[in-house]
Design a protein around this ligand. Sequence first.
Ligand code: ADP
Ligand code: MG
Length: 320
Amino acid sequence: MLSMDEFSLIDTYFKSIVLEREDVIFGIGDDAACLHVPEGMELLISTDTLVDGVHFLNQWDAYDIACRAVNVNLSDMAAMAATPCWISLALTLPHADQPWLQRFSQGLVDSLKPYQIALIGGDTTRGPLSITITIHGLAPKGRAIRRSGALVNDKIVLSGNLGGAALAVDLLKQVIDEKERDSLMKKLLHPIPRLDLLSFLCEYATSAIDVSDGLSADLNHILTQSKVGACLFLESIPIHPLVVNYEKKNAIDFALSGGDDYEICFTVNPKDEVKLFKALEKAKIDCNVIGVIEAEPGLRGKRKTGEIIPLQCKGYQHFT
Ligand code: ADP
Ligand code: MG
């Protein structure tokens, strides 16, 4: 605990920013928050921690750190086809730095408000800087999308493009064009959670995951949990244009192994493919078929020439 000031700190920077929601029976101020889950809905809960020096550098603006902490959690809800509703925040701070807290709190407001998400509680402690957010969301009963639902012959679909965030990390120390650096840093600092996909996932996806550790590693979670394998059409994987510029030779590696893009990779029954893409086109959402689920276990890549290459499922892993 952070001394006497702990409670005024909570009041000033967290309680004051709470957005009112009718389903919050009570939030910050008690030993636990109390929430209303509507009839016919199920509660989905997910936690993500950001640690100083691992997930961000402490020279980052506290505003960006807050946005990133919220957005990576929102991405988990998107991947489950759940609507995010409430977050709780466990914050560990080396000291009560008021300007830092002001920026952090503003980042929370700006990333929660567009989605009408309420901060319902948390914990504030002293120690090395770390931010843990638990997100709570709702999905209609039995309709949350899991990693285990992919079936043989399902098409593998990816939203957006890959590699931009990983390139941002790689180029941090290099001198590059200012505009290009800004656009890459935005990818890394402000990943946009793909909540625009919720209704499409809910209606069409057989499985889904958000790409946080790298496409091959994350898709592999779908494969093992669904007990299937997959073939990726290598030239069909959309790669961030700057990755192609800067890393022409390794572009596909950035796309397969680079993390932090927070796009959604999902599978769809081939009979629904045309309907799905018509609906996506109408909504002006960019998604592409990048592969197919197969019975043979493991992950392979196929070149336009027909050549098949076994792919390693590498991505970022703590403890290795
Ligand atoms: P307790 O001692 O019961 O764990 P605390 O004293 O830690 O409770 O917190 C008091 C209230 O403030 C609780 O309702 C808690 O949820 C809330 N709270 C504490 N820290 C935060 C935070 N960083 N953001 C939002 N709410 C917080
Ligand atoms: Mg208590």
